[in-house]
Design a protein. Structure first.
Length: 308
C-alpha cells in the first residue's frame, strides 16, 4: 500500500493505493475506486475493501472525501454530497494517469453512502465501467425519509427550521454547530444498524482518529436534504451494477429500490442474516461481498480490454 495524493480542482486529496502482491509496473491492470461511508475515512471499510480487491489482482484506491480525513478542503467536516460525487470522478482521473492502469478498465465499489455516490457518479461518467454497492444508502433520501424510509414528507421541516436558525446565528458570528454521523449514546429507540454503527466508529472495533464523528450542521444538512443519489438512475444505461445488502439491514429498502429502477445490467444479492454494518468489517459478510464483486469486476472490466 502506498500513501498518495491527487488533485481534485483546488483540493488535494489523500489516498491509499493498494497494489497486487505480484505487481509488475510494466503490466496493465484493472482498477477499482473504493468510496467510504459518510463519516468514514480511507483507513476503515474502504481500505479493507481496497486491500481485498488488490489481493484479487486489481489496483485499488481508497481515499478520504473532500473536507474530511487527511484530504483538503475548507470548512473541514463538511458532508457535501455533490462534492463527494466529484471526488469519485477525481479518483478516476488519478487512476487513469497511472501507466500501469488500463484507462478503459476502471470500476467503483461504494459502501453505505459511498454506494450512492458511486452510482450517481457513474450516471454521467462513462469512464466508470462497472459499479458495486455494499449496504447502499441514498444519503439524501435517508435524511428526508428516515433510516427505514417511513417518515412523512413533512418530517424534515423541524430540522430545516433549525438549519435556518443556525445559519443565521453563524452569519452573525456564532460558532459553527456540529452533529454526529452516528449516535453518541444509543438508546432503546435507536435502530439496530445505528447501534452497530456506534460500535464500529466509536469503539476499538474500528475507531480512527481521523473519523471524528462530526459534520457541520447547517452547511452539511442543507446540501444533503436536496441531494438524491438515485435521481435519473433510470438513465444508468452503460455501467453494469452489482448490489450487495443484508437481509436484516434496515437500509435494505434502498438497495431494492435501486435495483428496481436501474435499466443497465444488474444483479441484487441479498445475504441472509446480514445487517447493515456487518459488511463493514465482519469477515463472513465482507468475504461474501468480495466473492460477489471479484468475478463481477473481472467480467465487466475485462470486457473493455484484455483481462488481467
Amino acid at each position: 500500500m502506498d500513501s498518495i495524493t491527487f488533485p481534485n480542482g483546488p483540493i488535494t486529496m489523500a489516498g491509499n493505493l493498494y497494489l497486487p502482491g505480484d505487481f509488475d509496473p510494466q503490466a496493465s491492470y484493472s482498477a477499482i475506486v473504493t468510496v467510504h461511508p459518510g463519516g468514514g475515512v480511507k483507513e476503515q471499510t474502504a481500505g479493507l475493501y481496497a486491500a481485498k480487491m488488490a489481493e484479487e489482482g486489481f489496483v485499488a484506491l481508497a481515499y478520504d472525501a473532500s473536507f474530511q480525513g487527511e484530504s483538503g478542503g475548507e470548512p473541514h467536516h463538511l458532508e457535501d454530497p455533490f462534492a463527494r460525487v466529484e471526488d469519485v470522478r477525481a479518483a478516476v482521473d488519478f487512476l487513469q494517469s497511472l501507466d500501469y492502469v488500463d484507462a478503459e478498465r476502471i470500476g467503483v465499489l461504494g459502501v453505505c453512502a459511498g454506494g450512492g455516490y458511486a452510482v450517481n457518479a457513474a450516471l454521467t461518467d462513462y469512464r466508470i465501467k462497472a459499479v458495486t454497492t455494499v449496504s447502499a444508502v441514498n444519503i439524501g433520501t435517508s435524511f428526508r425519509r428516515g433510516w427505514f424510509g417511513t417518515d412523512s414528507d413533512v418530517a424534515a421541516v423541524p430540522t430545516l427550521e433549525a438549519v435556518a436558525q443556525q445559519r443565521t446565528a453563524e452569519a452573525q458570528g456564532a460558532d459553527p454547530a456540529y452533529i454526529p454521523y452516528v449516535p453518541e449514546q444509543p438508546d432503546e429507540n435507536t435502530p439496530r444498524d445505528l447501534v452497530e454503527a456506534h460500535d464500529y466508529y466509536l469503539t476499538a472495533r474500528a475507531q480512527h482518529p481521523n473519523a471524528r464523528n462530526k459534520q457541520l450542521f447547517a452547511k452539511s444538512i442543507s446540501r444533503i436534504f436536496t441531494f438524491d443519489a438515485f435521481h435519473l438512475v433510470e438513465n444508468l444505461f452503460t455501467a453494469p451494477l452489482l448490489i450487495v445488502a443484508g437481509s436484516e439491514a434496515g437500509s435494505l429498502w434502498m438497495s431494492t429500490e435501486l435495483h428496481g429502477r436501474v435499466r443497465s445490467p444488474k444483479k441484487l444479492v441479498v445475504v441472509e442474516g446480514g445487517a447493515h454494518m456487518d459488511f463493514y468489517d465482519v469477515p463472513k459478510y465482507v468475504d461474501q461481498a468480495v466473492a460477489e464483486a471479484t468475478p463481477f469486476f473481472r467480467e465487466n472490466l475485462a470486457a473493455h480490454s484484455e483481462g488481467n
